[in-house]
Design a binder for this molecule. Structure first.
Ligand code: 6GU
Length: 249
């Protein structure tokens, strides 16, 4: 997959592409990327890329011309062009899976009050929001979206890891431990040292249910749980309720 990022702040993008798993994916030839500073396509000595909004209001708007020239320089017409914006469609895992199928993706990083609407109309295929909060820069949002999708490209991470993710129920992860066995007076749970695979699986399922119940109760309402998962959840709720009752006595 080839990823092009159009930005006024290339220095925000490079560290992501030169570290960790992305660095390895690039070395393996699975991902390639270009960072384009679209200020290079702006006119005049000042290379002005933003201007005040028509109709008034606070902040600056990124001008159409430098962006369209930058987009034309990468033959963006007909390609998937992503514009991260708080007014876009909500980004989800299935959205990431859909984007991961593309051979090529182009990202436009906005700043200030956004980009000239005509760029959205002429080039943008996907306006994406990464959540209900406001960021100051489109670069951080683009990196979040790229991070979620590139790991789904064949060969970037082990197929076992991806398979585990896709077959497991929509619950949060169980806690993980590594050596040493004792740390700051806290021990690794005995069951993980037991070598008893069924008990370990049961413990992990219980922890996932507990974690989801505490952090994301909304996910449990929509989750299609198996009979075993329902039984364990009721058991956990029962335990929690007893603890709650005891704490009130
Ligand atoms: Cl994609 N951009 C900005 N600036 N803020 C956001 C966002 C994107 N998604 C949520 N908040």
């Amino acid at each position: 997959m080839h990823i092009t990022i159009l930005t006024l702040f290339p220095e925000m993008i490079h560290p992501f592409f030169t570290s960790s798993i992305m660095k390895r994916a690039i070395r393996k030839g699975l991902i390639s990327y270009d960072v384009i500073d679209f200020r290079d396509f702006a006119d005049g000595v000042h290379k002005k890329a933003d201007d005040i909004p028509y109709g008034g209001g606070a902040g600056m708007v990124i001008m159409a011309e430098p962006l369209s020239k930058a987009l034309d320089s990468v033959n963006a017409a007909g390609k998937r062009v992503v514009f991260p914006t708080p007014s876009g469609k909500l980004f989800t895992q299935s959205y990431a899976e859909d984007l991961a199928k593309e051979e090529e993706l182009i990202f436009i990083c906005g700043h200030y009050e956004g980009i000239d609407e005509r760029i959205s109309e002429l080039y943008v295929t996907d306006e994406i929001s990464i959540g209900d909060y406001v960021l100051s820069s489109g670069e951080t949002a683009s990196i979040v979206i790229i991070d979620a999708l590139y790991r789904l490209v064949d060969g970037v991470i082990s197929s076992e890891s991806l398979e585990e993710e896709s077959f497991s129920s929509p619950l949060l992860e169980y806690p993980q431990y590594t050596r040493p066995e004792r740390y700051c007076n806290k021990s690794v749970p005995d069951v993980l040292l037991s070598g008893h695979h069924r008990h370990i699986a049961q413990w992990r399922l219980d922890k996932r249910l507990e974690k989801t119940m505490h952090s994301r109760p909304d996910m449990l309402i929509n989750a299609s749980l198996s009979m075993d998962e329902r039984k364990r959840l009721l058991h956990i709720l029962d335990k929690e309720d007893q603890r709650w009752t005891l704490s009130k006595l």
